[in-house]
Design a protein. Structure first.
Length: 90
């Protein structure tokens, strides 16, 4: 089984996000999305972000057909998460 991984803030889902998720899912059997926490989005994007809470973003992301699992991460990069999950591709 090929496990795929992608990550991002996904604050406001747009067609580019949908295309990314569809292409990522096409390359694997199961797709895991690493989602930045509210605190990490604020650090990356500034004090006015995120627009939506991590709970709202995770709910939307989990409802999308290509996504099998959503995992929150608080670090600057998802490297620790990638090491723990050991996806086949990302």
């Amino acid at each position: 089984m090929r496990i795929g991984f992608t990550n991002g803030c996904f604050d406001l889902i747009h067609p580019g996000h949908v295309r990314l998720l569809n292409e990522a899912r096409a390359a694997c059997d199961r797709l895991i999305v690493g989602l930045n926490t509210d605190a990490s989005v604020k650090r990356l994007k500034g004090p006015t972000r995120p627009v939506q809470t991590e709970t709202a973003r995770a709910t939307v992301m989990a409802s999308l057909a290509p996504v099998d699992l959503v995992v929150l991460f608080d670090q600057e990069t998802p490297l620790d998460l990638i090491r723990a999950l050991r996806p086949t591709c990302w």
